[in-house]
Design a protein around this ligand. Structure first.
Ligand SMILES: NC(=O)C1=CN([C@@H]2O[C@H](COP(=O)(O)OP(=O)(O)OC[C@H]3O[C@@H](n4cnc5c(N)ncnc54)[C@H](O)[C@@H]3O)[C@@H](O)[C@H]2O)C=CC1
Ligand SMILES: Nc1nc(O)c(N)c(N[C@@H]2O[C@H](COP(=O)(O)O)[C@@H](O)[C@H]2O)n1
Length: 266
């Protein structure tokens, strides 16, 4: 049986400035879609690695910061990962906080070429079927060849393939991703990873898309060869475009420390 997690209210209150506005009502169909609030959140080692190697799931968060991640999931409408993570981790992408079982985020997978072999046994599908999570949305490029069996699996749990962008780009721009989510009533999205997703979201032309950053830092070095968070640096500049966070707060949680802050908006 899946574990149930608890996250103490005194810890939760420290995070509240960095969370999206909470809504008690469902979105009315007349509400114009707006860009969802984006929280970028992940766990890294002291050498900025998300995992030991591409395709390898690596536990970094201790129990308290893991509970924090699930608390964050309860505060967002959607949770987003790249297909690399979906393939490597077979993630559940649900919320397992006691008392927040009804606040399930919508799992969203960026998969331009529709290569994720989602099946009945995939954890996210099993959890959705058991009523412990929602059916995933898989964002694919216009013209992607979609497997009909996988489509049936997704749709059987209320998920599905969503076409994103105009097919002109290899992937799709973040603006297109957020538009697809906003149009479907998602007012907040928590981006969890992996490396390509995070580094692309911290790119030069993405300033203003990320509203807050919450990073768990685990007291370990994974060593060379890991999947590293390190966005491109503009030529001749002393830092990446996203630069330094403001209004920073450091919250120790067990052996880990959680860093919260706001990125540049312009
Ligand atoms: N420690 C942590 O908090 C986390 C660790 N991970 C780890 O990260 C690793 C996976 O990272 P990566 O291999 O870099 O894969 P990834 O999860 O970033 O997925 C990359 C793929 O996503 C798609 N994609 C990414 N950005 C896109 C965009 N803007 N538009 C369209 N498609 C886009 C592309 O198909 C790309 O090849 C795994 O080992 C996983 O365990 C993943 C999430 C969180
Ligand atoms: N917060 C955090 N700490 C770690 O140590 C991790 N490895 C991850 N990974 C992310 O969590 C997903 C798996 O969790 P569930 O099966 O959904 O509970 C994984 O896919 C990454 O997005 N996160």
């Amino acid at each position: 049986m899946a574990e149930t997690l608890t996250f103490p209210p005194e810890e939760a209150s420290k995070l509240s400035p960095y969370l999206p506005p909470q809504h008690n009502t469902s979105v009315s169909s007349s509400t114009a879609p707006t860009k969802p609030w984006v929280t970028l959140t992940y766990a890294v080692s002291l050498d900025s690695s998300l995992s030991l190697a591409p395709g390898v799931q690596t536990v970094l968060s201790g129990p308290q910061s893991k509970a924090m991640t699930h608390y964050l999931r309860s505060k967002h409408d959607a949770i987003l990962v790249g297909v690399g993570t979906a393939v490597a981790d077979d993630p559940g992408l649900n919320c397992r906080i006691a008392g927040a079982e009804d606040s399930q985020p919508r799992p969203t997978v960026l998969d331009p070429k529709a290569r994720w072999e989602v099946r009945e046994e995939s954890k996210v599908i099993r959890l959705a079927r058991e009523g412990k999570g929602k059916g995933p949305w898989v964002l694919v490029r216009k013209g992607a060849e979609v497997d009909e069996g996988r489509r049936r699996v997704l749709e059987s749990v209320g998920g599905g393939y969503l076409v994103c962008g105009n097919g002109a780009e290899k992937g799709f721009g973040w603006e297109a991703v957020l538009e697809v989510l906003g149009t479907r009533g998602m007012r907040s999205v928590m981006v969890e990873g992996g490396g390509k997703v995070i580094n692309s979201l911290l790119g030069r032309d993405k300033i203003g898309l990320v509203n807050s950053v919450i990073v768990t830092i685990a007291p370990t070095w994974l060593g060379k060869g890991g999947v590293v968070v390190s966005p491109d640096r503009e030529e001749g500049k002393e830092q990446s475009a996203v630069g330094r966070l403001r209004d920073v707060k450091w919250c120790p949680l067990g052996d880990d420390v959680v860093l919260c802050g706001f990125p540049k908006t312009s």
